[in-house]
Design a protein around this ligand. Structure first.
Ligand SMILES: *Cc1c(COP(=O)(O)O)cnc(C)c1O
Length: 231
C-alpha cells in the first residue's frame, strides 16, 4: 500500500465517521478512531502516524512488542491492546500499553493494576462483554458485568472507561444495531446501579455505522484503513 493510498483511506474513514456522527446526532468529538494495525507492516503504522494519527490497536502481544520497540522514537504514539490476555502477559501489557479493550477477568485486571509502573498514569480499561452468549468467545456474560465493574473500579492503577463488544459477525444493519443496543442498555443499567461508565468500544470495518448509531466512542478499524492483513 502506498502512502497516498493509506492517506486517502484514512481521510475516507474519518469522513464516514463524521457523516454517521451527523446522521445519528452524535457529537463528533466523542467518537475516536482506533487504527487496528495487527498483521500490518510497521511501514503502514508509520504512514498513518505521519497523517497525524496516534492510536493503534494490536491483539498479539509478541507482534505488538516488536512494533512498539521499532517505533519507540514516535514518543506520542498510543498503543491499545485488544486481544485475549493470559496471566503471563500482563506485565508487558501494563508497561507498554495505554489502553486495554479486552478485560473479562478480575484476576487479570488485578495483575495489570499491580504491575502498572508507578510513573505511568492508570491503564485505561474496557470490560469486554459477550453479548450474544457465544460459548467460544471471550467476554463476560452481561449479568456478571456489574460485579466485575464494581471490583475493577477499586483498582488504583486502572481507569475503568466502559464496555467493549465484538459481536457475532453479521452483515444486516438492523441486527448489527440490535447487538450494539444491548451493550448500550447494559451501560445504562450499570449507571442506574451506581457504576457510571462513560465510553463504549464498539464497531469495526463492517459495522461501525451501526455502532456509532448506538453510541460508540471508539470504533476499531483495521481492513478499511490498511487493506487486507498480511499473515
Ligand atoms: C481485528 C479486530 C478489529 C478490526 O477488524 P476489521 O474488520 O479489520 O476492521 C477490531 N477489533 C478487534 C478486537 C479485532 O480483533
Amino acid at each position: 500500500m502506498t502512502t497516498q493510498n493509506i492517506k486517502s483511506r484514512y481521510q475516507n474513514t474519518l469522513r464516514a465517521i463524521e457523516e454517521y456522527s451527523d446522521l445519528y446526532h452524535r457529537n463528533g468529538k466523542d467518537i475516536h478512531l482506533l487504527a487496528v494495525s495487527k498483521k500490518q507492516p510497521i511501514k503502514h503504522i508509520e504512514q498513518l502516524y505521519h497523517c497525524n494519527h496516534k492510536d493503534f490497536g494490536e491483539n498479539q502481544l509478541q507482534e505488538a512488542l516488536e512494533k512498539i520497540e521499532a517505533l519507540k522514537h514516535l514518543s506520542d504514539i498510543c498503543w491499545h491492546f485488544i486481544g485475549n490476555i493470559q496471566s503471563n502477559k500482563t506485565n508487558d501489557i501494563a508497561q507498554h500499553f495505554s489502553w486495554v479493550h479486552s478485560l473479562d477477568r478480575l484476576k487479570i485486571a488485578q495483575r495489570l493494576s499491580a504491575q502498572r509502573p508507578k510513573e505511568l498514569p492508570p491503564l485505561n480499561a474496557f470490560i469486554q462483554v459477550n453479548i450474544d452468549g457465544e460459548t467460544q468467545k471471550s467476554g463476560i456474560a452481561p449479568e456478571q458485568a456489574l460485579e466485575l465493574a464494581d471490583a475493577m473500579i477499586k483498582l488504583p492503577k486502572l481507569r475503568l472507561c466502559g464496555l467493549m463488544v465484538l459481536p457475532k459477525s453479521c452483515s444486516e444493519f438492523g441486527q448489527q444495531r440490535s447487538a450494539f443496543a444491548k451493550v448500550r442498555q447494559l451501560q445504562e443499567q450499570l449507571a442506574k446501579q451506581g457504576i457510571p461508565l462513560h465510553q463504549l468500544s464498539m464497531g469495526m470495518s463492517n459495522d461501525f455505522e451501526a455502532a456509532i448509531a448506538e453510541g460508540s466512542h471508539w470504533v476499531r478499524i483495521g481492513t478499511q484503513l490498511f487493506g487486507k492483513r498480511v499473515t
